[in-house]
Design a protein around this ligand. Structure first.
Ligand code: ATP
Ligand code: MG
Length: 468
């Protein structure tokens, strides 16, 4: 059963982990999808920027400047590096116009969020007779020639369009003193990209309801699982306790029943019938065993009561007198056994408002345990103390002790510590449960301090009654 529960717990946890994995995968997919849709929509909204008259004239201007410098390069008046640098100077002044223009256009698009727009040149290659002969500029991976807009790192942007055009430009070249009409064939590649500021936040915001639902559903499933497992363990505990109880009570009933059988058999015996002494002895045994069975049944009946159901017949007792009486009675009940009972009762003359019969049962249950779970010579010390308006009664023994993990459980109904050889001692696991119920019914509390082999101390705290 324990194994089955463990397997169930492990399988459930694994299923939960797998489910969370799938959930995370699906959320990630949705995120990617939403991101793509969002970027696509933004691209659509800003695509018009490139198709306006203003843009056409700007393009013409930078193209003219570029070819002007390339002609100088062809005429060997500029080096490659210088060509790019020279073009750069014009680019800076044109960019101011471009920036103003695109910002105005983006404002018109009314997107509701900010974005950066940039145009870059990917490559400029000179052709001759349809073949590339000189690469003036070529972007290495991840780097471009920034043309217009606001610059941002390549990896932070999204490409919205790529352009590739071939152009022909006529110019006059001075060759050996003669001016010749020459053609400049060019291939220019450009790229437009945008960088949407805070796009992650925007996409995540769109997914808020999905996130909230997922988390709530996940918590619900975890809660449900936790509750089911807890109930299952609880049920198993109850089943165990029932089995233990049945075993214990069968064990407890066996001895008196067997003795009753022997006694009644001996009563049929002629010899016993003829000896008045043996006859009365057998009857005594019958009586004693009958009493024992009655006590056992009473114990079970009483112990099914909770603290609210216990009706107290309270009376006011003076502490010292009451506890002295208890010690005397208990000493009498353990006469002939290796038990030393001592007490340290402070003289307070305090009144306690208790049901004498029930409270005595509670204290006797504790002291009975001290004898039952003692080792060697049993020593029991009963102490009383006054702490403000609370009365403290502690019962200490030098017995086998109770491991820390069992401290709370020993007060549960039918619970018995299964460690060591404690189970050689008979019991129903009801004594401390009943004691606890009685103490609670008196508005008190019971605590326990114990460690294996170092003995046990039970402490009962009670409110004191006002003096009469
Ligand atoms: P019952 O009292 O119903 O005849 P029980 O003594 O087994 O049976 P409780 O008195 O409720 O039941 O005690 C519960 C368990 O706590 C015991 O089985 C025992 O293992 C442990 N226990 C209680 N008192 C002591 C003690 N003084 N020293 C060591 N173990 C103790
Ligand atoms: Mg007991």
């Amino acid at each position: 059963m324990r194994n089955k529960i463990n397997i169930l717990i492990i399988t459930s946890i694994l299923a939960l982990v797998a489910l969370s994995g799938i959930q995370a995968y699906l959320i990630n997919n949705t995120y990617q999808l939403k991101k793509d849709v969002f970027i696509k929509e933004t691209k659509k909204s800003v695509s018009s920027i490139d198709n306006t008259k203003e843009m056409d004239s700007l393009t013409e201007m930078w193209y003219n400047k570029l070819t002007e410098n390339l002609v100088k390069y062809k005429k060997r008046k500029l080096l490659k590096k210088e060509t790019i640098e020279q073009f750069g100077l014009h680019r800076d002044s044109l960019n101011k116009v471009f920036q103003e223009y695109y910002k105005k256009e983006i404002k018109k698009a009314n997107l509701g969020y900010d974005l950066k727009y940039k145009k870059t040149i990917k490559s400029v290659v000179i052709f001759e007779n349809g073949n590339p002969i000189d690469t003036v500029f070529a972007a290495n991976e991840g780097e471009n020639y920034f043309l217009f807009g606001e610059d941002f790192p390549e990896e932070e942007g999204n490409v919205i369009s790529k352009g590739r055009w071939f152009t022909e430009h006529d110019y006059e070249d001075d060759k050996e003193g003669e001016l010749l009409k020459t053609k400049l064939d060019l291939e220019i590649r450009t790229q437009d990209s945008i960088n949407i500021i805070g796009w992650q936040r925007i996409v995540l915001k769109q997914m808020t309801s999905l996130f909230v639902c997922s988390v709530l559903l996940f918590l619900f499933v975890v809660g449900l699982l936790f509750y089911s497992i807890k109930t299952l363990i609880g049920q198993k505990k109850i089943a165990d306790v029932r089995t233990d109880f049945i075993n214990n009570i069968t064990h407890e009933l066996k001895t008196p029943l067997a003795t009753l059988g022997i006694a009644s058999k001996s009563l049929r015996n002629k010899e016993t019938q003829n000896s008045p002494e043996a006859f009365s002895n057998a009857l005594d045994i019958l009586d004693r065993q009958n009493g024992r069975l009655q006590k056992l049944i009473d114990q079970v009946m009483h112990n099914t009561l909770g603290s609210e159901e216990i009706t107290l017949k309270k009376e006011k007792v003076i502490d010292e007198e009451y506890f002295k009486e208890i010690i005397e009675d208990f000493k009498l009940s353990v006469q002939g056994q290796d038990v030393i009972v001592s007490s340290k009762i402070e003289f307070h003359e305090v009144y306690l408002d208790i049901d004498k019969f029930l409270f005595t049962t509670a204290l006797f249950n504790i002291m009975d345990n001290s004898v039952k779970y003692g080792k060697g010579n049993v020593e029991i010390v009963l102490r009383t103390k006054l702490k403000d308006d609370l009365y403290e009664i502690s019962i200490h023994d030098n017995g086998v002790g109770i491991p820390e993990v069992e401290h709370r459980k020993v007060f549960e109904k039918f619970y018995r510590v299964t460690d060591g050889n404690v189970h050689d001692v008979k019991g129903l696991g009801l004594g401390l449960f009943y004691t606890n119920q009685i103490v609670k019914a008196h508005s008190g509390r019971i605590d326990l301090e114990s460690r294996p082999d170092l003995g046990t101390t039970f402490t009962i705290t009670l409110p004191i009654a006002e003096a009469e």
